[in-house]
Ligand binder design. Structure first.
Ligand SMILES: [Zn+2]
Length: 318
């Protein structure tokens, strides 16, 4: 029975917390989602997390372990979250708290790391050497080398969303200026959308927000772009181009089989993929016959990759 063992996988992101009971083949047997609270401090988050784990375990009492992928700087293997640019939690001893409260073994890793593991191991194409780049609230990265997650000595590496692409660029959630994340994330799309709406109050982006009675967000820009609005599509072109610039740098550092894209913004398809692929080729190091272009492909699991990967990691360590 290849499906006999199950684990709980939880993905903690900037906007939502998603949990699932996952079998060894990656199939999800039960799922729960909650919005990330405004006050995402460690105590609030622990209460929410334990509640979600408890509800999933009530449905599947035989789960053998718990895995968490969380946005931020996560110490490995201790499972302490030191800091996160887009969440309020600091020094969160999440692994210890989970193990004490549930009596089950737990593992905690960076959210993009575990999502990368899911895509490399169980995606439609299996990869040995790849980077998963997640484009959501922020830009995350999971580096998989030789089939395993690359973490460095303490799990502090692999923060490719915060490579500097322009030191004079916009402020990033991390406090630096001009990070890839400041140009190529949902947060960046919101910023660009607001600038565009204030420059062109009669444009479609401004009109959509006005009709809905909300401030312009990345979602407003996405909706306008999907309707065919040229200004919104141009913002996606800029965002995708910056993403491709970052990807070109990644493929200069590593020899990869693929760069796989995940996170909410990848659902926009060619709006993002096409300019990202073009820039990844344009800024790649070396001629294509010497260094063949690295495919840039959407992931198999979309926004489920984090919880599936967290559970897979938990099964590995059960
Ligand atoms: Zn940054």
């Amino acid at each position: 029975m290849t499906n006999s063992r199950q684990a709980i996988g939880v993905d903690i992101g900037g906007t939502k917390i998603a949990g699932a009971v996952v079998a060894e083949d990656g199939s999800m047997l039960a799922e729960l989602t909650e919005p990330t609270p405004e006050t995402s401090d460690a105590a609030t988050m622990t209460t929410l997390l334990l509640d979600m784990v408890g509800k999933l375990r009530d449905q599947y009492p035989d789960v053998v372990s718990i895995g968490v992928g969380a946005a931020g700087t996560v110490e490995w293997p201790t499972g302490r979250i030191r800091w996160a640019p887009n969440n309020a939690y600091r020094d969160w001893q999440i692994r210890t708290e989970l193990e004490t409260a549930t009596g089950l073994p737990a593992v905690v890793d960076n959210d993009a790391n575990v999502a990368g593991l899911a895509e490399a191991r169980l995606g439609d194409t299996r990869w040995s050497d790849m980077i998963l780049v997640t484009v959501g609230t922020g830009v995350g990265s999971g580096i998989v080398l030789g089939g395993g997650i690359y973490r460095g000595p303490h799990g502090l590496g692999s923060e490719l969303g915060h490579i500097i692409v322009n030191p004079d660029g916009p402020l990033c959630g991390c406090g630096n200026h001009g990070c890839l994340e400041a140009y190529a994330s949902g947060t960046a799309l919101t910023r660009m959308g607001r600038e565009s709406a204030s420059d062109d109050p009669d444009g479609r982006i401004a009109a959509l927000a006005r009709e809905a009675g909300v401030e312009v967000t990345g979602q407003t820009v996405t909706k306008a772009a999907e309707e065919g609005d040229e200004a919104a599509q141009e913002l996606f072109g800029r965002l995708g181009r910056w993403l491709g610039v970052g990807i070109a740098t990644m493929t200069t550092i590593f020899e990869l089989e693929a760069v796989v894209l995940g996170g909410g913004l990848v659902d926009t398809g060619d709006l993002l993929l096409e300019p990202a692929r073009r820039a990844a080729r344009e800024f790649a190091y070396g001629p294509p016959d010497a260094r063949p272009p690295v495919p840039v492909v959407p992931g198999t699991f979309g926004s489920d990759a984090g919880k599936i990967g967290a559970a897979l990691l938990a099964l590995d360590h059960a």
